[in-house]
Design a protein around this ligand. Structure first.
Ligand SMILES: [Zn+2]
Length: 658
């Protein structure tokens, strides 16, 4: 396995899916104009198409089929033109989606439980799904070898690398499941088999590539998901495909970046120039949106990739590359402060449950990540069996039953001075109805409170500006008993009754009726517990009091946090270490609502006079806004350096140097 490598920072992923019916593929291609346009837009790596979802190849292939209207070796010409200008060229191969191969070999298509083919049905427009357990893989392997032999490709981007959920019932899969003693009717067995199929596929291709070209980058798209750590050895890096306005949303990238970057892989964020999603030929984002998106990538320790789709005739659009160039000039100017920089983090959001599929999302984990982001904490997402011991504090959101191994590790972590924030049913053993480590965590579970929603009221020393009020806890809560020496931070309140046909009052849930006689939040010097599902409820309802309460809890756990920023919750604030200097990134997020299309960044409202307090192990000799070099006055007191940043457009970086 090659080690995490430094990636090119300014990449374009140049989609090029063309139906065989398109009559004039690459008719307008001019190699010099092509590479010149990329170079002028500061692009330093361009992912080029060897084979598209239609199954059409764009080079002289003996294995695949060249697009019928393409008159020359486009890929070869693109690579030569790019290399002449120092632009790196990984190549793209569509894997599961291949309409041509499906036409030639319908027996290779993935099948559902009913035996019907997966993907576009007969008579429908759309992609056909090939099975990665069928002989189709031999042709992908042969095409990969052909490209390695014939072209100086710099890497491979294998797209659409997944089996249907939960699995495939084609004849090849039924045969291999039978051979392995697996039951095709069991979803769990299907998922296990799909994983084995993908593992074998990646092992075969990665070893073929790295035997011949050890420095090639390799990525399999579709694999960024929980459990990815066991696949990391087959990849050189992780590309996090997230077109924020194309269905992923602006919360997706920071979540998965903070997961993937802990796996020992370099990461690349991938957005698109489109207003909507891929193949939105006539959609173009504002420069502010791309500057924000690239800023967020840099702030999360990622390199940047912007997706485009070239017109079939093979000419790049000048307007598109003007906008991309605006974003990439910003990235280029910041590269000296980002290359080799490592995110500095102190909180781990521990993912206690493994999602069965990448599309299965968890409101509690997403709500927790959203809160930590909005609270400007420095955090990563770590699997329960990952290395969370190195963090100062853990967040365990709403659920996640402990097992003996996790419990042992947690005991040692707490004994060593580690801190934990957990909520609701997190760390609750459902069989015993008791928390793991009740002594160390300072509470015992007595069962579930009767009313949902319920209410809570913060005690004065836990309010910090939050109004004294009977706040709703929408998901209800657990009745817990504090141990001797455990402080109560908030009290739970009952309501009159749950809303049912027999008894309801007013429009919604019933009002509070009096004390429930148990805490809503506790603190014993090591752990803060919150009785309700604050993280999931925050994701679903957005009550800011939940985030403020979590913020107060984290202030107890980490009174000397690494970074504090006086900026709105929409600001993303991160810390990176590069050599012995520290960088603070501020990313200013200002979407507008536009009818049915939810998040559009058109123009940013700048932040002004943002106070930044960073713990620095040195008294800074200078603090500068980079790259322009504006010096900031710095106060250094008690191990922390305070500056005021006069203005933040989409993204600002402040360098603290010893
Ligand atoms: Zn199959």
């Amino acid at each position: 396995m090659p080690h995490a490598r430094s990636l090119r920072f300014r990449q374009v992923h140049l989609d090029y899916h063309n139906s065989p019916l398109i009559p004039d593929v690459a008719a307008d291609f001019d190699p010099d104009a092509f590479a010149g346009t990329l170079e002028a837009a500061c692009v330093d790596s361009c992912t080029l198409f060897a084979k598209c979802h239609h199954g059409m190849s764009y080079y002289d292939t003996a294995v695949g089929v060249r697009h019928p209207s393409l008159k020359f070796d486009l890929l070869g010409a693109q690579i030569r033109a790019c290399h002449a200008r120092g632009i790196r060229t990984p190549v793209y191969l569509s894997c599961v989606w291949d309409c041509h191969a499906a036409d030639q070999h319908p027996e290779w298509e993935q099948r559902g439980r009913d035996g019907e083919r997966v993907g576009a049905k007969p008579g429908e427009a759309g992609w056909r799904w090939l099975c990665l357990n069928s002989p189709y893989v031999d042709s992908l392997h042969a095409q990969t070898l052909e490209l390695l032999q014939g072209y100086p490709v710099d890497g491979f981007f294998f797209d659409i690398v997944f089996q249907a959920e939960p699995g495939c019932w084609c004849s090849w899969c039924r045969e291999s499941m039978g051979r392995l003693g697996l039951n095709p009717d069991s979803d769990d067995d299907q998922r296990w088999h799909s994983q084995a199929v993908i593992d074998a596929f990646m092992e075969r291709l990665s070893s073929a590539i790295w035997e011949r070209r050890p420095d090639a980058t390799v990525f399999y798209n579709g694999r960024v998901r929980q459990g990815m750590h066991r696949e990391a050895g087959w990849m050189s890096h992780a590309e996090i495909e997230a077109l924020p306005t194309g269905g992923w949303g602006y919360a997706y990238f920071p979540f998965w970046a903070r997961y993937a970057r802990t796996l020992g892989l370099s990461i690349l964020g991938m957005t698109g120039r489109f207003h909507r999603s891929w193949a939105d030929f006539g959609g173009l984002k504002s420069p502010a949106a791309l500057r924000f998106e690239c800023g967020s990538m840099l702030a999360n320790g990622a390199a940047c990739s912007i997706g485009d789709q070239m017109h079939p005739r093979g000419a790049l659009s000048p307007a598109v590359y003007e906008v991309i160039g605006e974003a990439f000039r910003h990235v280029a100017a910041l590269e000296p402060w980002c290359a080799g920089a490592v995110p500095e983090t102190e909180v781990a959001l521990v993912l206690m449950e493994r999602a069965s599929h990448k599309t299965v999302r968890n409101d509690s984990d997403e709500g927790a990540a959203r809160m930590l982001l909005e609270l400007h904490h420095q955090f990563d997402l770590v699997e329960r069996d990952g290395g969370w011991e190195r963090y100062r504090a853990l967040v365990i959101a709403d659920r996640g039953a402990p097992d003996p191994e996790f419990t042992d590790r947690l005991r040692r972590y707490l004994q060593g001075g580690g801190r934990v924030l957990f909520s609701h049913e997190a760390l609750l053993d459902p069989a015993r109805g008791e928390f793991a480590l009740p002594r160390e965590l300072g509470i015992r579970c007595l069962g579930r409170l009767e009313h949902a929603p319920g209410f809570f009221r913060l005690r004065p020393n836990f309010r910090h500006g939050i109004p004294d009020f009977e706040w709703a806890m929408l998901g209800g809560g657990l009745r817990v008993e504090p141990a001797a020496g455990t402080d109560v931070l908030a009290d739970a309140l009952e309501s009159y009754f749950n809303r049912t046909a027999e008894h309801f009052t007013s429009h919604g849930y019933s009002p509070h009726a009096g004390p429930a006689g148990c805490p809503a939040a506790t603190w014993n010097g090591s752990a803060v517990y919150i009785y309700g599902p604050v993280f999931g409820d925050y994701q679903n309802h957005g009550d800011v009091v939940y985030r403020r309460m979590v913020g107060n809890a984290l202030d107890l756990l980490i009174p000397d946090r690494l970074l504090a920023v006086d900026a709105p919750a929409t600001t993303e604030a991160t810390v990176a270490r590069q050599g012995d200097r520290l960088m603070v990134h501020l990313v200013n997020y200002h979407p507008n609502r536009r009818g049915a299309h939810p998040e559009v960044i058109e123009r940013t409202t700048p932040l002004r006079d943002v106070e930044v307090v960073l713990r620095t192990p040195f008294r800074p000799s200078r603090v500068r806004v980079v790259p322009d070099g504006t010096r900031l006055a710095v106060e250094h007191r008690g191990g922390a350096s305070r500056v005021v940043v006069p203005r933040v457009e989409e993204h600002a970086v402040i360098a603290f140097e010893p």
